[in-house]
Design a binder for this molecule. Structure first.
Ligand SMILES: Nc1ncnc2c1ncn2[C@@H]1O[C@H](COP(=O)(O)OP(=O)(O)OP(=O)(O)O)[C@@H](O)[C@H]1O
Length: 261
């Protein structure tokens, strides 16, 4: 790739005491298509997302988005610069409507003027109107338009996941990191989410990285795959090449997750 677009991590290391969660990992995720991040349990996938999104400070290495180094940025600054993520466990505000949960994502749109914040004025009418429209669009994009006024607790699990994804895309991310978005869904819901993600990436055009264990889904969804194992980079490339790669066979497919191959 090496064209300075997309997400690039270089020489990332993270240790938790004696555990090396990431061991000098360098890899790239292109701005086009959808990237899969694969690896057996404990490979370091979530840790990599944590570093990119600012939740984990690495002991070494750098993160660049479209060529810009994020080194000094904390979580909030990264959201404002367009790095948005979801979590393995769905995190929603249960006392707010689906609409209000998704509207929270608009906070990443840099519409707060610092002066207005200092004066406590909040957003102007035009900005609030824009946020409203962006929220409606995000809900429509994931097929939740008719559920906007429902409470999260009323929704089945797959739809709760979609609320989280809508909230993420409401921030117009440059980089969208999805940590096992299909976990806990049946096959029908997974295939529906797959179509949604392809549509979201195609129409909004961000760098999208999806952690996913199901190889069949990865093959259908992803145009590029990065494989980690034991905190180390193993391989990267198109899904079919990755599946056939002996290094990947020896690590990822040798593990419990081979059942999905
Ligand atoms: N906060 C933490 N404290 C201590 N060890 C941690 C912490 N977070 C992760 N680890 C360890 O770091 C390693 C990488 O974990 P990580 O969660 O990044 O892997 P993963 O590939 O996302 O795994 P999974 O597929 O099971 O979610 C594991 O050995 C894990 O136990």
């Amino acid at each position: 790739m090496n064209d300075s677009t997309g997400l690039q991590v270089d020489d990332l290391s993270v240790e938790f005491g004696a555990v090396t969660a990431l061991n000098h990992v360098s890899c790239e995720f292109p701005a086009s298509g959808i990237s899969g991040l694969l690896g057996p349990n404990g490979a370091g996938k979530t840790t990599l997302l944590n570093v990119v999104s600012g939740f984990q400070v690495p002991s070494s290495g750098s993160v660049r988005v479209n060529g810009s180094d994020l080194a000094a940025d904390g979580i909030r600054a990264r959201v404002l610069s367009g790095v948005v993520r979801t979590f393995q466990t769905v995190r929603l505000l249960e006392k707010e409507t689906v609409f209000d949960n998704v509207a929270l994502g608009c906070e990443g749109l840099q519409r707060h003027s610092p002066l207005r914040q200092v004066l406590g004025i909040g957003k102007g009418r035009a900005a609030r109107r824009r946020d409203h429209d962006v929220t409606i669009d995000a809900l429509a994009m994931v097929g939740l338009g008719s559920l906007a006024q429902r409470m999260p607790a009323e929704l089945p699990y797959a739809k709760r996941r979609l609320v989280e994804i809508a909230r993420a895309i409401a921030g117009s991310p440059k980089v969208l990191l999805l940590d096992e978005p299909m976990a806990g869904m049946d096959r029908e819901a997974r295939l529906a989410l797959l179509d949604t993600l392809v549509e979201v990436q195609g129409s909004l055009g961000m760098t999208m990285v999806v952690v996913e264990h199901d190889i069949d889904m990865v093959r259908r969804l992803c145009t590029h795959v990065v494989v980690l194992a034991g905190g180390a980079f193993v391989a990267a490339g198109p899904p079919d090449e990755i599946v056939a790669d002996p290094r990947v066979q020896a690590t990822y497919f040798g593990a419990e997750d081979a059942r999905h191959q």
